[in-house]
Design a protein around this ligand. Structure first.
Ligand code: SF4
Length: 334
């Protein structure tokens, strides 16, 4: 069956977009899939085989306001009565957009703010990985297999070449590299011991990945590991994914690189502090380990992670030792 067109609206964080790819694969088996996503996230899905049409939505910029809404509505409008809209992002605006664009069937989460716009709602989300929650938007009739939930990203030839050029430039042999992703938008999600870890991982070589905004933290890490490769802010998103595919493992906070690694099946050590894997955003790579403080009553203290520890001691991260994280690296690479 390849005749049911789908619209997926996913304008959440970049990691959520990666975790939407199992749903996209499921829907692409039914018909062409149009995806509306943020301008920042659109490059993640460029050239993705499960996306027939990609519509960037700059909701706070060029597409802001009523005129942007109307323009986007016209762009994705359908008169096909079988077309289905999936509201992976649950705002009123996304629900209203799908309705205004003519999608008679609109599926979303029962807990979403925009649920009044939906014709079908999925509930019982507790305990599911977010990839599973999103996948179940496509039908809640059976549990997924592990393969159903594997995110996918498809770097272009240019992305792969950008990553390879960086490795060549650093005379790095990819198989022995460990990627470190020390950044996060949320302050308390940043494990504070990456620089010491970089030194402790010697003679393994490290590659620091992240956004341009992570440059200061990356410099601290590179300062402790003189032969480190600093890729922060130097590669497009999919080229970073291509670089991760060439790494032996990654050590990451609860942030975007964790999900890029899941999509590339890079063995993953994920460090959780103020958040917990039970929120649904743990690693999905086949070889993975989670490092966290298992007996702190203040965890979790925030859905994302506050800028600073409200209790002042930041023990949830401070007390996760370099030795413990290094042992987890050994575990996922054994
Ligand atoms: S309150 Fe607890 S969980 Fe939150 S940042 Fe501080 S130590 Fe971590």
């Amino acid at each position: 069956m390849r005749d049911t067109p789908s619209l997926v609206i996913q304008t959440s964080f970049l990691g959520d977009v990666v975790l939407t790819t199992p749903l996209l694969r499921r829907l692409a088996a039914r018909g062409p899939v149009t995806v509306v996503t943020t301008a920042a996230a659109a490059p993640l899905l460029a050239g993705h085989p499960d996306v027939a049409r990609l519509v960037p939505y700059d909701k706070r910029g060029a597409d802001a306001g009523i005129s942007g809404f109307v323009r986007l509505t016209r762009s994705i409008a359908t008169n096909n009565p079988d077309a289905v809209a999936y509201l992976a992002q649950g705002s009123h605006r996304s629900g209203a957009l799908a309705r205004a664009a003519g999608y008679r069937t609109r599926v979303g989460f029962a807990t979403s703010a925009g649920r009044l716009w939906y014709t079908e709602s999925i509930d019982g989300l507790e305990g599911w990985h977010h990839a599973e929650r999103l996948w179940r938007l496509g039908g809640n009739d059976r549990p997924p297999t592990p393969g159903d939930l594997q995110p996918t990203l498809v770097p272009s030839a240019a992305d792969v070449e950008a990553a390879e050029a960086m490795l060549r430039g650093a005379s790095a042999s990819a198989g022995s590299l460990v990627a470190l992703a020390p950044g996060s938008v949320w302050g308390t999600k940043r494990w504070p011991h990456y620089a010491e870890l970089a030194a402790a991982l010697a003679p393994r070589r490290v590659a620091v990945v992240g956004a341009a905004a992570d440059a200061t933290i990356a410099a601290q890490v590179v300062g402790r590991a003189p032969n480190a490769i600093d890729a922060t802010g130097k590669l497009p998103l999919l080229a970073t994914a291509a670089l991760l595919a060439r790494c032996q493992a990654i050590v990451t906070n609860d942030s975007l690189p964790l999900h890029l690694a899941s999509a590339m099946n890079t063995p993953t050590v994920a460090i959780f502090g103020p958040t917990v894997p039970g929120f649904g955003f743990g690693p999905l790579a086949a070889r993975r380990a989670i490092v966290e403080h298992s007996d702190m009553p203040c965890r979790p203290c925030h859905s994302h992670g506050p800028p600073t520890c409200p209790l002042g001691h930041f023990r949830c991260m401070q007390e996760l030792t370099v030795a413990r994280v290094a042992a987890a690296v050994d575990e996922v690479t054994a």
